[in-house]
Design a protein around this ligand. Structure first.
Ligand code: UD1
Length: 418
């Protein structure tokens, strides 16, 4: 069991290169299953979820190694269509293998995926999408099997722009016969990255980043080398860390356009942000101003994955702010822990009403999920005294050694093994 110990009250300074995006790397690793050959994928962060994905790929018959941010993956002898149950249960992204394995092997068996407990996290849109492409689905004794000799292109309307369902359908449809059109598709930057990766493999996809994606099926794909985009949620977390702890930092390997919603909110609360090319300079020297109302929503709206970190920032602001969470209903678990550090937050019907306080006090708190855990670390950076964050395995799912990233920016944080 490991914990983070943070000595708060120290402004941040220095420069940090942002890790590659977890949410782009996971579907891209799954998509590599679609071709036989040797892949080199760069800027893959060292995270628990990536380890699980590579372990699954190895158990399916591929050969994957992860060294210094590069995954070398040989998918030539991949032949197993049943995703191992224990690994499937360890992370939600195992569902990404359904589409590509079905397309490559004509069959796939999965169990219900695990992942952060932040809401109901249904998979109905994934299942309906694969069925619409012509696969026969059977569900028995906790297993879901899809079979299709040849998938067929069709029009698919998503009742909600689910990121994962959009990606799963894209990956299955690239080898389908004919054209697939996904309407009300998710528009997240990670979907554009997946499109770019698949097109580099020889797929014919256009429209990612808009709400309509067209996929013209091709008979086969080839292996490639590829670099993953920077992680916008990690970038946003550090941006907000400066807002919370004060200081002046430079973030490199960023794509500021992926964070337009956050930048707008942070600027109007008083954080100075300058962007040039892939660099963001962030400066904050005083308590932020409150922000009237933020509503989380699919891209380009305010990302749910930054809601908890933003809440910590606003919990220290001058005045009262409101955050409404519309994507995951169970995503306010950090509120109780923040209250233990002195925050004043009231939750009612999916909205958090946040009355800013001038300081937090360090204590022992528990990370309940990935982003809630990151939020508690930010609170610890600003708190008086020592904060201990427990259950940090959640944080390790999304941040590549967060303590090293923050140490580089001058924070006093250490990982303690018990
Ligand atoms: C992805 C991200 C996650 C982020 C989320 C929303 C990855 C690996 N994870 O998760 O970090 O928080 O997008 O930006 O990319 N839904 C259904 N049926 C489905 C699928 C989803 O009803 O079949 C609902 C979910 O319950 C949720 C909403 O759609 O309320 C959003 O989920 P989705 O966009 O699918 O998120 P993920 O792909 O799981």
């Amino acid at each position: 069991m490991e914990t983070f110990t943070i000595e708060g009250g120290r402004p941040l300074s220095g420069s940090l290169r942002i890790q590659g995006a977890k949410n782009a790397a996971l579907p891209i690793l799954a998509a590599a299953v679609l071709a036989e050959g040797q892949f080199h994928i760069y800027d893959v962060p060292h995270l628990k979820d990536i380890d699980v994905m590579l372990q699954i790929l190895n158990e399916l018959g591929a050969n994957a190694k992860h060294t210094d941010g590069c995954v070398d993956l040989d998918t030539t002898s991949l032949s197993v269509s049943h995703v191992p149950d224990d690994l499937m249960g360890q992370m939600r992204s195992s569902i990404f293998l359904a589409g590509p394995l079905l397309a490559r092997l004509g069959e796939v068996t999965i169990s219900r995926p695990g992942g952060c407990l932040i809401g109901e996290r249904r998979i109905d849109l994934h299942l309906a999408g694969l069925t619409a492409l012509g696969a026969k689905m059977e569900e028995a004794e906790g297993y879901i099997t899809f079979r299709a000799k040849q998938l067929r292109g069709t029009n698919i309307f998503l009742s909600f722009p689910s990121v994962g369902a959009t990606e799963n359908v894209m990956m299955a449809a690239v080898l389908a016969k004919g054209m697939t059109r996904i309407c009300n598709a998710a528009r997240e930057p990670e979907i554009v990255d997946l499109q770019n990766f698949l097109n580099a493999m020889g797929a014919r996809i256009r429209g990612a980043g808009t709400d309509t994606i067209e996929i013209q099926g091709v008979p086969r794909l080839r292996s490639v080398s590829y670099r993953i985009i920077p992680d916008r949620i990690v970038t946003g977390t550090h941006l907000l860390a400066v807002g919370v702890a004060q200081g002046h930092i430079e973030l490199t390997n960023t794509i500021p356009e992926h964070l337009t919603a956050l930048i707008e909110v942070a600027r109007s609360c008083g954080v100075e942000i300058k962007t040039y090319h892939d660099i963001m300079e962030v400066k904050s020297t005083s308590r932020p101003r409150a922000y009237d109302r933020i509503i989380t929503s699919p891209f380009p709206g305010f990302p749910t994955d930054l809601q908890a970190q933003l809440m910590v920032f606003l919990a220290q602001a001058k005045g009262t702010s409101v955050i409404k969470e519309t994507v995951f209903e169970g995503r306010f678990k950090h509120v109780n822990e923040l209250a233990r550090m002195g925050a004043s937050i009231y939750v009612d019907l999916g909205s958090a009403i946040i009355r800013g306080v001038s300081r937090f006090t360090g204590t022992s708190v528990e990370a309940t999920d990935l982003r809630a855990g990151a939020a508690l670390v930010l609170a610890g950076l600003a708190a008086e005294g020592t904060t201990t964050v427990e259950q940090i395995h959640h944080i390790d799912r999304g941040y590549d050694r967060l303590e090293l990233q923050l140490q580089r920016l001058g924070a006093r944080i250490s990982r303690i093994s018990q």
